[in-house]
Write a protein that binds this ligand. Sequence first.
Ligand SMILES: Cc1cc2nc3c(=O)[nH]c(=O)nc-3n(C[C@H](O)[C@H](O)[C@H](O)COP(=O)(O)OP(=O)(O)OC[C@H]3O[C@@H](n4cnc5c(N)ncnc54)[C@H](O)[C@@H]3O)c2cc1C
Length: 385
Amino acid sequence: MEYFLTEQQKTIKSLARRIAEEKILPVRAELDEREEFPWDIIKDLADSDLFRIFVPEEYEGLGGGCLDLYLVIEEISRVCAGVAISYAASALGSSALLEFGDEEQKQKYLPDIASGKKLAAFALTEPTAGSDVRAIRTTAEKVSGGYVLNGTKQFITNGGEAEIYTVIALTDKERGARGASAFLVEKDTPGFSFGKKEKKMGLRTSSTRELIFRNCLVPEENMIGREGMGFIMTMKVLDRSRPGIGAQAVGLAQGALEAAIEYARQRVQFGQPIISLPVVQNMLADMAIQVEAARALTYAVARTIDSGAERFTEESAMAKVFASDMAMKVTTEAVQIFGGAGYMRDYPVEKMMRDAKVTQIYEGTNQILRSVVASELRKGKARQG
Ligand SMILES: Cc1cc2nc3c(=O)[nH]c(=O)nc-3n(C[C@H](O)[C@H](O)[C@H](O)COP(=O)(O)OP(=O)(O)OC[C@H]3O[C@@H](n4cnc5c(N)ncnc54)[C@H](O)[C@@H]3O)c2cc1C
């Protein structure tokens, strides 16, 4: 399919593909097996200026849009979704700062994020607050010169590896939707430590960790935006990042499709390569159709965002839900085409199937996101092209 990418986007895409194939492919199974954070690869991505893409030029970035960023996420995910999420989480962790931060904060933090010297992370989820984000309990109490944070964040991507954390905490428990605020917290801040490192089904090279705040004093100037804006910012941040999960799902599924085609060409049963069997051809055709449909939707939503549209909550949810459900189906079918070999760790498709599952869960479960779309439909706001 022709997506009419700009010359710059084509360059970004082929650069990300080259790094994925040259640097990530040879080590992806080992990284997954050892559950080891991919620092060498993060350095390669940084050396190739790929962290600069989501940062404006005035802060030493390349000033790319959402589509540019999603192209990188897609290409890395085609080879390893675990590395891709470590990269994407830095963009997510920078997003509130980029959109709502003041000049001083941007000057202080963005150049190091752009160079890849420092990773960022976004910390919203807590043991008692997953889908129900308003149930967070982490508090930020105003004191002279700053805010004192107390609480625990759970399942935070890049936890322990990132240097800069955007943390959502309650500044006023009584104010409901206006009760939370966002803070930039540096890794070495006294009172900030790391708890349990999760052992996961997939994305095993990525770090998913607990953040613990015990009387952690954060200077006043580290509040992003104004007091009470935390939940509003969160929703805006997630609207931009969810299609990135769509891109992760598209890349994963593309990788699985290519692996399945290659295997079906060389696997001989009943005297012929299994790709000659109509049933296998139908499976592959359906997989290819689904991948392309999800890619088209994800790119269309990226372009909607990049056009400067004010609201894209439903579109963003649609791309994430459609692409992640697609990735789960396509990776499962890829394992099926591999037969017994697909179940073995010698081949990449079992990892892809494990990695795909979480795309239906994080950044809003697909159930929650369907209800986001449905609530717009209930209001009679069905889009008509
Ligand atoms: C690998 C990984 C990385 C993550 N990284 C981050 C991160 O970097 N930062 C961060 O803040 N969080 C992160 N998360 C957390 C993630 O966003 C949450 O896990 C997700 O939002 C779901 O919350 P939960 O796990 O508490 O599930 P729950 O909210 O407990 O949901 C359990 C089930 O109930 C369903 N459910 C709940 N409420 C409703 C409802 N109202 N209607 C319909 N169904 C409902 C859900 O769909 C789900 O099926 C990560 C999670 C994982 C697994």
